[in-house]
Design a protein around this ligand. Sequence first.
Ligand SMILES: *Cc1c(COP(=O)(O)O)cnc(C)c1O
Length: 416
Amino acid sequence: MSEPRRLARDLTEPEPIPAAGIARAVELMQSGRLFRYGEMGADQLDVSLLEQEFAAFVGRKFCVAVNSGGCAIFLALKIAGVEPGDAVLVNGFTLAPVPGAILHAGAQPVIVEVTGDYVIDPTDLHAKIRSSGAKTLLLSHMRGHIADMDQVSRICAGEGVTLVEDCAHALSAFWGERMIGSFGFAAAYSAQTYKHLNAGEGGFLVLDEPEAAARAILHSGSYMLHSQHLSTPGAEALRRVSNETPNFSMRMTALAAAMLRPQLAELPRRVARWNTIHRRIATGLARSQWIALPRPDAKARFSATSIQFSIPALPPQGIEMVLATAKRRGLPIKWFGAAEQAGFTSAPRHWIYAGEQGELARTHAVLASLMDIRTPVTLTDDECDLIAEIVREAIDEAIAASSQQPGSSPDLKPSA
Ligand SMILES: *Cc1c(COP(=O)(O)O)cnc(C)c1O
């Protein structure tokens, strides 16, 4: 019998920064002028140009570049008028910096259940708006899964709830013809290494409302040098709020912007490849009767840098077997149902700091069998097929092993 094939590449390995970004970064380092502002007027405009380009890319009026995605969310909540002690709704399938940003703003997370398609549950959203009195929804398009935005928008409008979008995994995703990130009062993005754009650290806040944009610029830490912004609500709007808006020092460095500008220009081409990779792996996974894939609405057009699926029939020990087998064959799989939080995966039950949230039974049931694989844009078709094959075979082995165990559950059923 031949050895099972191994995946011979590191899925966590990022790609190099485009040559133009490296050249510009070196130039900036040689000049030493890494701060986005210059006291004698703009020394260079890397961050300001990037803000202008990013706002145009997502079709919003204003963009403020900051030091991280988590800080972009925090700023979005501040300028949305969230006050200390306020309740802020957030879906339960997300990353720890998201409830973290709510706490950073002094507010109280109210976690909303998610569905088997990994998106916010509209029924629970409605119920929790009523029970908590929250006036803000922080909707996290986690791993690029897009909720029914018509329905979410309708619920928010009907209940007087302000929508803020966490687009850390949804840069370039759409709902119908409308770009994700254009539905809410504001949207936040991340440029941390494992997102669509990589500067190591970085974030963006986009919005349309001039006075809120002025506040965001001042909060981000403009040292009254904000005339150097190209994406700007204008001097008058900035002057009006300048004495009442504290500096939180959350700026993006010129170096980050230098690395990001050429990446943004390349993004549409990369997103097309990422989505091809996603479809190819999903097709391979769908061949297993044990794997359940989410069924996105026809209007949702994702922009995937990773793939998620569920193995509903397997108990935790079975899933651990799958992870171990896949790992031996060179494929790291993450699991949102793990007992301990690990590398970019955690569940609401780990976020003790978020306060008592009730059972969240549905969310935890979904996360218990939710698996996650990172998909670098350079994956070849053959590697995509191999990834799906390793997952299918690892599951088959785990299913065979658990049905041989004495006293094992007799009701292992393929997914519907
Ligand atoms: C990465 C991420 C963030 C925060 O980004 P940082 O830049 O790491 O602060 C927010 N939301 C989601 C869903 C993310 O994956």
